[in-house]
Design a protein around this ligand. Structure first.
Ligand code: ADP
Length: 500
């Protein structure tokens, strides 16, 4: 199959979160199975020179945005069997930040979406499927159906849209988006592009994509409820037949305690002696009391409300009343910076907090911690709990989204499970589960070891998920045959100058 991924980030080029991990890992796996996979991302100024210097120019053209015509260059690099395209426009993407500033996000990513469609004939790639990721690419399925589907080159292209986090939707004023993308008044109704009086890139994708996926089966169910649905639950319920949850994987090579060069000593499932060395090294590096018998609770992730940190805030004194150590690595909200800075001073030698992006330290925490705490309010998939299990750090999680799909709470009667979990978003429920985990850690070393081993032997690779995505892509074409080749077309396609 010919597949185009459109996303705002991808490892190893530019990353702010899990989206980059998914795009960067899934594309090469699909290419490895013999498919023609190409990826387009903006050529952000933050992409390291090491990659920028390898790019070769493919083509350039002008793109009409309202009354403006903007330059768009397409460069490429081939790596891991995938053609990676980079969209060059210094005005939009050559800035010192990636998201969230400048007040013209709708124009930057409107330009991205429009240009992705316009570049296809020019790079001579007619994909079977465009797989768009998160709101920054959300206008692609909408523009395709509304403005391009009547052109023979585009008429058979199918679209898949993946929700990596429903909380970020790309909400802007209708007038601004209308102006930039030439979307007429008749399209701004509830059943099409209008969303509570605004333009919403995520909603546009949810209405116009042929198929919608999200990153875990549980999150796919949850987002159809008002609690998790971020005001789009009604729309998601109406499209439930086209909505699937496909669990993310992790990079099993990068996160492998047997070969990881970043940790103090390698270890594997047969012999965990190296993990004790990693624990000691972590305690020394972070200025914690060096004690083998005290359990270390690790936390790595964005310091945001989504991650359930208000629960930790509520009972941190109760947690620290236990004989435990706490290690936190993350960046984010000031409230949590204050909380963990205070805790570090209050519990000297027992709490360590670092507020940077540090991949090496993250590996050391996964390897050196005994438990990994992730009490998220919602969690589309979550990669950290899978990484923790791979390193024999036993997860303590809230039963939501991908956490629910990957962590099974220990059941002493059946002797099954690979971690500990709680259901209600309640600080004392979390505290109780932490105490339960500490109890097993101290008094039942045999059970603890079997929990670690079960976690370490889990298959978190991309193999299953890639096969599932492929099945979904193929299904789009089978469906078409069943429906007698019917095409859904907008009643009044708006003919625009697509600049080709
Ligand atoms: P999300 O995508 O919601 O941020 P995930 O659990 O899906 O959360 O992915 C987070 C990824 O980013 C994990 O690989 C985690 O180790 C990494 N990470 C998060 N914060 C940091 C940090 N401060 N330093 C290093 N790695 C981090």
């Amino acid at each position: 199959m010919k597949i185009l991924f459109a996303a705002s980030e991808s490892v190893p080029f530019v990353k702010t979160g899990g989206l980059a991990d998914v795009v960067g890992a899934l594309a090469p796996v699909l290419a490895g199975q013999g498919h023609d996979v190409r990826v387009i991302i903006p050529e952000f100024g933050a992409i390291p020179h090491e990659y920028l210097s390898q790019l070769s120019h493919v083509c350039d053209f002008e793109v009409q945005l309202g009354w403006r015509r903007q330059y768009c260059g397409i460069e490429k690099l081939e790596k891991d069997g995938v053609v990676w395209y980079f969209m060059d426009n210094k005005y939009y993407f050559g800035r010192p930040y990636i998201y969230g500033m400048g007040g013209d996000e709708y124009e930057r990513f409107g330009f991205f979406c429009r240009s992705v469609l316009n570049m296809l004939p020019l790079v001579d790639f007619q994909p079977d499927v465009i797989h768009a990721h998160d709101w920054q690419s959300g206008m692609i399925p909408a523009l395709l159906k509304i403005q391009y589907a009547h052109l023979p080159f585009y008429s058979d292209i199918k679209t898949v849209f993946t929700i990596h986090n429903l909380q970020y939707q790309g909400i802007f004023g209708i007038r601004e988006v209308q102006d930039v993308l030439g979307l007429g008044d008749s399209l701004w109704t509830e059943d099409k592009l209008e969303c509570f009086g605004c333009a919403n890139f995520m909603k546009a994708a949810l209405v116009y994509s042929d198929l919608i996926t999200t990153v875990s089966p549980s999150y796919a169910e949850e987002i159809q409820t008002a609690y998790y649905g971020e005001r789009l639950d009604g729309l998601l319920r109406s499209r439930r037949e086209d909505l699937r949850g496909v669990l993310n994987g992790i990079d099993m090579e990068d996160y492998n305690p047997v070969t990881d060069p970043r940790i103090a000593q390698n270890y594997g499932i047969q012999d965990l002696a190296g993990k004790a060395v990693c624990k000691k090294a972590l305690q020394e590096e972070l200025g914690l009391d060096v004690r083998e018998d005290v359990p270390i609770i690790g936390m790595v992730g964005r310091l945001s409300n989504q991650k359930g940190l208000d629960l930790v805030d509520y009972v941190i004194t109760d947690i620290m009343r236990q004989d435990v150590q706490l290690v936190v690595l993350g960046m984010g909200e000031g409230r949590y910076f204050n909380l963990f800075s205070w805790a570090e001073g209050e519990y000297k030698g027992r709490v360590a907090a670092r507020f940077t992006m540090d991949h090496t330290l993250a590996h050391k925490i996964y390897a050196g911690s005994d438990m990994f705490l992730m009490p998220s309010q919602f969690e589309p998939c979550g990669l950290s709990q899978m990484i923790a299990m791979r390193y024999g750090s036993v997860p303590i999680v809230r039963e939501t989204g991908g956490l629910r799909d990957t962590v099974l709470s220990y059941n002493e009667f059946k002797d099954e499970g690979n971690g500990f979990s709680f259901f209600n978003y309640n600080a004392h429920d979390m505290l109780h589960v932490i105490e339960r985990a500490i109890g097993y850690y101290r008094n039942r070393k045999d059970i603890w070891l079997s929990l670690q081993k079960r976690g370490m032997s889990g298959d978190y690779s991309w193999t299953h998920s890639a096969a599932e995505y492929l099945k979904l892509y193929k299904g789009l074409f089978e469906e078409k045959k069943e429906n007698g080749d019917k095409k859904t077309e907008e009643e009044n396609p708006v003919v625009v100058d697509i600049g080709n």
